[in-house]
Design a protein around this ligand. Structure first.
Ligand code: ZN
Length: 414
């Protein structure tokens, strides 16, 4: 790494270390199948730490199920179970993590203690540690690593069950995320957002435009339905839609590796998918089992019309889908200007972005614990000023004649 990373960055560990091996490629969650987890396997160089505190102790949680969750989106009910997920492939990289935590202990003992007491998912521990040490270039500068880790630990320490969320920009070039992440994190104590960097992008997701039309046709066919001409027209051009189900498949490995509670992919396309037999496309967001996907398609233009920054619009989509994913009773509904509007007329999202509100009815479906935090995040977004007007949106859906006439005038003047 070259320069200083913004706070709340997570750097993906591509290859944790040479000892662990396995499972880098985001194809399938390669479980260390028959491997009886040997607690004594890690080279602990006789460190004096009591077993209860050491990295290797956190690694093995024998009671945890290691089978992947069912394919269809069951999940929900974060209230009590939203904590650490299945610790997977934690054995790789634990050595490095051990060295890192020792370094932190030397440089800032109290920070190391706080960090350990957070009881984080072991994979998230590793990711945070390696991120903190990643930016120290060649010579490992413990002080700098400590400085990076400190605000994150402080943020995670504010509640015993902080929900961790990684934003993963697949191809949307949403540049101003660190600023809005800072804002939203400091606005409430229950959610900590990160920006994920360096995770491998499967070419199937960001390569040549996906053949969404074929995919939709095949899915419909399976259910005895046809893709009508009218439906086909709404699918747009190749690349306009992105298949959420493909994302879930690839992102699962990345999600587990980084160890956060929720991972949000951000794509420049609209979202198509198959949600338990319901085939959809042109969506802004979708989610399944702790994986979310959010679209920035047309969003710059919509945000501008709503008088808000693009990042605010994006975060509104993220927060809304996250809350729906977390609260089983909460669903998207007919448009009322609420952040949970269904927005079947896509432009109606402008009203949601402008209002940044949650209906009373929707609010009552958010679990008590997160209600205040949800409102606080929207308040923070409402107050966000951002960078002012950005470059013209690449995907204006309407021709702005006034603008073009002005441009022509300008040309005439030159
Ligand atoms: Zn609502």
């Amino acid at each position: 790494m070259i320069s200083k990373l913004p706070p709340f960055t997570l750097v993906y560990i591509t290859n944790p270390d040479t000892l662990g091996g396995g499972g880098e490629t985001p194809t399938q969650a390669t479980e260390p199948a028959g491997d009886p987890e040997p607690p004594g396997n890690t080279i602990t160089t006789g460190d004096p730490e009591p077993p209860g505190d050491s990295e290797s102790a956190v690694m093995t949680l024998p009671g945890q199920p290691t089978t992947p969750p069912p394919d269809e989106g069951t999940l929900r009910g974060i209230t009590d179970s939203g904590g650490p997920g299945v610790p997977e492939s934690v054995s790789s990289g634990s050595d490095t993590a051990q060295h890192h935590i020792e370094a932190v202990s030397r440089a800032a003992p109290e920070l190391a203690e706080s960090f350990k007491s957070l009881n984080l998912n072991p994979n998230l521990q590793q990711t945070l540690l390696s991120t903190s040490f990643a930016q120290t270039a060649i010579g490992v500068d413990d002080e700098q690593a400590v400085a990076t880790l400190k605000p994150v630990v402080a943020d995670l320490k504010r509640d015993s069950e902080v929900v961790t969320v990684a934003l993963w920009d697949l191809n949307s070039r949403s540049g101003q995320l660190p600023e809005v992440i800072n804002l939203i994190n400091s606005a409430q104590p229950l959610f900590t957002f990160f920006e994920l960097q360096g995770a491998p992008l499967p070419t199937g997701l960001i390569g040549p435009p996906q053949r969404v039309e074929d995919w939709v046709r095949a899915r419909l066919h399976k259910r005895g339905k046809r893709l009508t001409k009218k439906m086909r027209e709404t699918l747009g051009a190749p690349g306009d839609n992105f298949i959420a189900n493909e994302f879930y498949k690839y992102a699962r490995v990345v999600h587990k590796r980084i160890g956060v509670d929720y991972t949000v992919g951000i794509t420049q396309s609209m979202i198509a998918g198959d949600d338990q037999g319901e085939i959809f496309w042109n969506y802004f967001t979708a989610s399944r089992d702790h994986l979310l996907v959010t679209s920035t398609y047309d969003l710059r233009g919509y945000a501008r019309k709503a008088g808000r920054s693009f990042e605010v619009a994006l975060m509104m989509l993220v927060v809304a889908q996250l809350l729906v994913e977390m609260n089983s009773r909460l669903t998207f509904h007919q448009d009322t200007g609420c952040i949970f509007d269904f927005n079947s007329d896509r432009a109606s999202v402008i009203e949601s972005i402008r209002a940044l509100k949650i209906d009373d009815d929707c609010l009552s479906k958010i679990s008590d614990k997160y209600r205040q935090a949800a409102l606080a995040m929207l308040d923070a977004l409402r107050s966000y000023k951002g960078e002012g007007e950005e470059a013209p949106a690449p995907e204006e859906e309407e021709v702005d004649y006034k603008h073009w006439l002005e441009q022509l005038d300008k040309l005439g003047e030159e």
